[in-house]
Design a protein around this ligand. Structure first.
Ligand SMILES: C[S@@+](CC[C@H](N)C(=O)[O-])C[C@H]1O[C@@H](n2cnc3c(N)ncnc32)[C@H](O)[C@@H]1O
Length: 252
């Protein structure tokens, strides 16, 4: 059965937003508009479905290719679900990943599950004109959402993996949101250049547990607000919320 991709993605986006609102997660109207505007299928053109359990170290997965008619329905449903989206095994190049089963190895990049992304972006209080810095943006979904709120040329991501940095930048360019990805190691601290965070309403989204909190603290010294998180689904949201009015917060 062939799928009308445009109609299907618009419907999936609208359903996702309705669900997040009904669950009380999505409250910010700017972010709601961003979620409706950003076609996540352009940033997540493939996704791995996990076959092994969540605790397993070695993974058993199946790659869904969004351009393959047999995968499209499952792929679209997955990328609009509340699951984390697994994108890259073992730092592999992202352009020629084989469709079908994959066994072994480790996922080195993913897109965080949407409810967590929403909570963090809302806690940062993003608004038009703010500067937004994301350390470890992966495929760039949260970066794109932030750019849709802040406006062109205001959102930047620092991504260590060269394949992922190029993949994210190419996909983001197609969306025309004016978001940039720099290939660099956030542990070394990224030169924010012409950013004047304290004057420009700097917001920093630090979303990778591997980095620890060192780079986030460095960015805070530059005047950014920062949010740090690990990608567990057992995050203690009440603690996050109690801290999010301050300059810095951490989900653990
Ligand atoms: C779990 S993904 C998160 C992607 C995105 N922030 C999100 O929340 O959807 C973490 C990303 O951080 C990147 N990363 C890990 N350590 C890094 C470092 N030291 N500097 C820059 N990027 C890093 C990984 O390559 C990966 O793409």
């Amino acid at each position: 059965m062939s799928l009308d991709l445009h109609a299907a993605t618009s419907r999936q986006r609208a359903d996702m937003v309705d669900r997040l609102k009904a669950d009380g997660i999505l409250t910010d109207p700017l972010l709601r508009d961003a979620l409706l505007r950003v076609p996540r299928e352009a940033l997540l053109p493939h996704a791995y479905v996990r076959v092994s359990g969540p605790g397993a170290d070695l993974i058993d997965c199946r790659l869904l290719d969004g351009s393959h008619p047999e995968d499209q329905e499952a792929w679209l449903e997955l990328i609009h679900s509340d699951e984390s989206i697994l994108l890259q095994p073992d730092g592999d190049p992202l352009d020629a990943l084989p469709r079908g089963p994959v066994t072994g190895g480790h996922m080195t990049s993913m897109s965080t599950y949407t409810p967590a992304t929403i909570e963090v972006l809302q806690a940062l209080g993003l608004a038009q004109g703010h500067r937004y810095l994301e350390l470890g943006p992966g495929p760039g979904v949260s970066l794109a959402l932030a750019a849709a709120v802040t406006g062109p040329g205001r959102a930047i991501g620092v991504e260590r993996d060269r394949h992922m940095a190029a993949f994210a930048q190419r996909n983001l360019d197609r969306l025309g949101l004016g978001a940039a990805v720099v290939e660099d190691d956030a542990l070394q601290g990224h030169q924010v250049g012409s950013f004047r965070p304290s004057e420009d309403g700097g917001r920093c989204f630090f979303f990778t547990s591997r980095c620890g909190s060192r780079p986030a603290r460095r960015q805070e010294k530059e005047g950014f607000w920062s949010a740090s998180a690990c990608w567990t689904s057992s995050a203690t949201w009440s603690w996050l919320k109690s801290r999010c009015g301050g300059r810095s917060m951490r989900i653990s």
